[in-house]
Write a protein that binds this ligand. Structure first.
Ligand code: ADP
Length: 269
């Protein structure tokens, strides 16, 4: 019977089909725009250090730039910065990529944060900055990717250390909510002005390029953190007062079983 082979699509189904095709197209355009923007940013960011190194090496070969230890050291540091930038970029493109998968485990959040905190005590002492850790009043377990979460906390904490003067303080704390936890990192450092607050999570954004450069910053750390937090279904934000200090916060769902199953499946592949 020929009639059986005629697809019976009603108006509602047709509408749904058109909607899904449109959504796919929007998604495709977003990915395409992201790719284009990424290429533009990349070319711009990579060209500057590369040109600087090439010009100086050429000048040495031509004999117009003395081959002193200091000059060679400067070139070496520039190449090191370049190499750091490339590995940051690799991480960013992985974390923002559509196929990025977390390796979810059941983790004690307070122990994880304490581990990062203890790892930074020595460098904080060297920089004469006091660090304080305020653990939650009860244990907090969550389904998260521990390595990625350590990366986020490390990035926020190392920024706090970079942008706080000697004699300053950094406070870490964890707040447990009904179905999420919030990690806070507060400092009384240089702060961020209001109009730049939302920009710090954009890739390659540095408030004061020359100052960040002294610390080897490429303005990618917070965009990697944002991508990792979003991959966990969480949120990241900052409150700050210029010249007074900043509070970075990260809120992560505690029990994301769906993400967890995905991650487990992927990690056993
Ligand atoms: P960078 O590698 O330059 O530190 P990030 O993406 O980690 O890049 O940070 C982006 C910018 O946000 C930094 O260049 C800095 O200007 C600003 N920033 C980040 N954390 C802090 C902080 N705790 N206090 C003041 N400014 C900060």
């Amino acid at each position: 019977n020929r009639e059986e082979f005629v697809p019976r699509i009603g108006t509602e189904e047709t509408k749904q089909l058109i909607d899904s095709i449109n959504n796919l197209l929007i998604e495709f355009n977003n990915v395409e725009n992201w790719r284009k923007q990424m290429m533009e940013d990349l070319t711009h960011e990579l060209r500057t250090p590369l040109t600087s190194v090439l010009t100086r090496l050429e000048a040495i070969i031509d004999g117009v730039y003395p081959k002193t230890e200091k000059n060679l050291q400067d070139i070496y540091e520039e190449v090191e910065r370049f190499s750091r930038l490339v590995s940051d970029l690799q991480q960013l493109s992985e974390a923002e990529g559509a196929r990025f998968k977390l390796k979810i485990r059941k983790v004690s959040v307070d122990q994880l944060v304490r581990g990062v905190y203890e790892g930074f005590l020595f460098i904080a002492k060297q920089r004469k900055i006091k660090m304080h850790f305020n653990p939650p009043n009860m244990p907090c377990t969550a389904y998260i990717d521990p390595d990625r979460m350590i990366q986020v906390i490390t990035n926020i904490l190392s920024n706090a250390l970079k942008y706080t003067a000697p004699g300053g303080d950094i406070w870490l704390s964890i707040e447990i909510q009904e179905d999420s936890f919030i990690f806070y990192c507060q400092d009384n450092g240089i702060g961020i002005s209001e109009d730049e607050l939302n920009l710090v999570f954009n890739r390659f954004y540095r408030i004061d390029k020359s100052r960040s450069r002294d610390y080897g910053g490429s303005g990618i750390g917070l965009s990697i953190s944002k991508a990792l937090v979003h991959a966990h279904g969480g949120q990241i934000g900052v409150k700050s007062k210029f010249e007074k200090g900043s509070i970075f916060w990260v809120e992560i769902p505690i029990d994301n079983q769906l993400v967890s199953l995905e991650g487990q499946r992927k990690s056993t592949e």
